[in-house]
Design a protein around this ligand. Sequence first.
Ligand SMILES: Cc1ncc(COP(=O)(O)O)c(C=O)c1O
Length: 380
Amino acid sequence: MKSIYLDHAATTPMHPEVIQAMIPVMEGTFGNPSSIHHFGRQARKLLDEARHLIANSIHAKEKEIVFTSGGTEADNAALIGIAKKNRHIGRHIITTEAEHHATLRTAEYLEKEGYDVTYLPVNESGRISIVDLQNSLRDDTILVSIMYVNNETGVIQPIEEIGAVLKEHQAYFHTDAVQAFGALPIDVDALGVDLLSASAHKIYGPKGIGFLYIRDNVQIEAIQHGGEQERKRRAGTENTAAVVGFQKAVDLVKKEGQIRNKEYRALKELFIQTLKKRNIDFEINGDEQFTVSSIVNISFPGTNVESLLTNFDLSGIAASSGSACTAGSIDPSHVLSAMYNREDERTKNSIRFSFGIANNEENVKESAEQVAQIVKRLTS
Ligand SMILES: Cc1ncc(COP(=O)(O)O)c(C=O)c1O
């Protein structure tokens, strides 16, 4: 049985060039970047170079990049950091119902801490309404956190438009760009964002490394206490090898990003067309014109996530869903619940397929044939 990986939005394999870039650092540059001696200075130099390239990739300054352990930490640092720093100004935060749990759970934590959170709805396309946002803004709103690309559906939010609205308001604007970074060009000034989260393991880099972009004049209260690393914004010895791996992954996006996106979109289209030819009943969730090239979320009426994923796995196909299976029952996807409603069957019979470096025409076609067979079997 061949294994076919269609879950690049969950995580990506490390690019061979990323691994090659990290090995010499792990072997030779073990110094603590904060040390004054030359071992430390060597590591510091690598960090500085990586910070330069990564900052450039989003049109930011080096000092605006804070390395974190990934997207989750970046989201936590943004939300909690801004909330605590600005509690004397206001305690109202706006986010959406379709955010990643890294944001949603943090917002819920802040509610328990006495903050007031508005969760904007999304429509059937998966996007928020700008009017809803405008109507939700208050004098005490201190933060708006809206993801750039949804991890379950691939739907892109109108970040630039949101940024334009917020220009006139005191609220800071954070975007979780974990699924956007590498998939869409990012210019923090054009987008009008003050904070932005990204993660390396979605772009063929190592796990456990990401960054939070924090605009120059924006202050956060650090969530970790300890050393003075990252300009006192994130205590803890930096992971030099992971940062260098992240740098290589970003460098590869710069060189190959456009070609990759074209390839992934073609593979996604091939997958959909193959399913269509096999005459099975399916529906794409979210408005395709607003999705990134690598992700498609498909509902298969008459099935359920649990049996789909189990059967796919038995056939060697790795995909995933936003629904959590707990003790034999399926919790509907919160993203699809936000787009449709909690009772809608789509929240329980939808699968995310995400394409990337592990795919080619042959294995995508083969996987679509297998998916079609499984769906036919389950619905017959
Ligand atoms: C949109 C989004 N935000 C945040 C995260 C969390 O990132 P990390 O796995 O680097 O903590 C993910 C990971 O799946 C994601 O897709």
